[in-house]
Design a protein around this ligand. Structure first.
Ligand code: ADP
Length: 323
């Protein structure tokens, strides 16, 4: 269940029209009215490619039968990639978990259907891509902007953890920017639901740069604290411009994670509060990491109650300053 890259292949942006399939394909969803037996066909037209992941390709789709026309992101998974029962179980788990979630800082699951060839997952469209593309464009962002994003991530994580769900794959590429630049956590492909108090999960999963040390050690299992570790890696990456444990090969990265071997580069100025929040989260002992509520009490997050909820669209390309 491990992913090779943090970034996925992103075929979107910059290429404009080249992203549009030459044929404007129509996707049909066939259902039957259970009472009358009448056949119903809903049509969606497939628009531009938003990106591609492990198995799925994600396209913009427009529902043809709604007024005004509803627009979604459709994750299209070819059934030919679901030959192993493990892959089917994983997809069913992703759908079950994601379907149950309703929160403004989580990509909304809209609908799922299938035809002969594919499974289609319709999601809320996030038009401003992810924090991964943002950091590629901006290199790094300000502490003020980071606070605003962290606040939204913490809101989503509180909701997830209250609902006994661990995301297990938090990274810049899974933090989407929806309407109004609202941050939304997406991709529940590695998420898991805790069945009982004190349960420890044993599956090794995550994305190399963001994976928590207890997952790599494997012996005692892991729990909610792995999401907090990834949030520490995210904060560092937003402020410094590259992940703290990144090296050229995965094995060295894992060694560095297990030894908690990272540093703050001298040439990049960040405040003592910023260093302190990162250091407090990146603790090898999961029990010593702050809880979500404790994180909001950290001096780095002080004053955030007065911040705007979202950042403006201009911050996709230039820093947003505190006025
Ligand atoms: P994976 O799970 O392999 O990372 P996904 O299939 O979830 O990949 O998504 C592939 C790509 O599609 C993402 O990297 C992103 O660029 C794009 N994408 C996914 N979901 C959305 C969405 N809700 N709105 C806009 N783009 C999306």
């Amino acid at each position: 269940q491990q992913k090779q890259s943090d970034q996925g292949q992103n075929n979107n942006n910059d290429q404009g029209v080249a992203n549009y399939p030459t044929e404007q394909k129509i996707i049909e969803e066939k259902t039957e009215n259970k009472v009358t037996g009448e056949k119903i066909i809903k049509k969606y037209s497939r628009g531009k490619l938003l990106g591609s992941g492990g198995f799925a390709k994600c396209y913009e789709v427009i529902a043809q039968d709604t007024d005004p026309k509803a627009i979604f992101a459709a994750k299209i998974i070819p059934k030919s990639t679901l030959t192993k029962s493990r892959q089917r179980v994983k997809l069913i788990s992703e759908i079950k978990i994601h379907k149950s979630l309703h929160h403004k800082n989580i990509v909304q699951f809209e609908h799922v259907f299938e035809d002969h060839d594919n499974v289609y997952i319709l999601l809320e469209l996030c038009p401003y891509q992810t924090l991964n593309e943002l950091i590629k464009r901006r290199k790094r962002i300000t502490e003020y902007e980071t606070q605003i994003y962290v606040m939204q991530i913490v809101n989503a994580l509180k909701y997830l953890h209250q609902n006994k769900i661990i995301h297990r794959d938090l990274k810049l590429g899974n933090l989407f920017l929806g309407d109004n630049m609202t941050l939304k956590i997406g991709d529940f492909g590695l998420a898991t639901k805790m069945e009982y108090e004190g349960e420890k999960k044993k599956t090794v999963c995550g994305t190399p740069n963001y994976i928590a040390p207890e997952i790599l050690e494997g012996k005692d299992g892991h729990s909610y604290e792995v999401d907090m570790w990834s949030l520490g890696v995210i904060i560092y990456t937003l402020l410094i411009g590259k992940p703290p444990f990144e090296t050229k090969d995965v094995r060295t990265t894992y060694k560095r994670i297990k030894m908690n071997n990272y540093c703050f580069p001298e040439q990049i100025q960040i405040s003592d509060n910023a260093k302190s929040i990162i250091t407090s989260i990146l603790n090898l002992n999961p029990q010593k990491r702050p809880t979500l509520d404790e994180l909001l009490e950290h001096p780095f997050m002080q004053g955030t109650a007065l911040n705007p909820e979202n950042l403006p669209i201009s911050s996709l390309v230039v820093p947003f300053q505190k006025s």
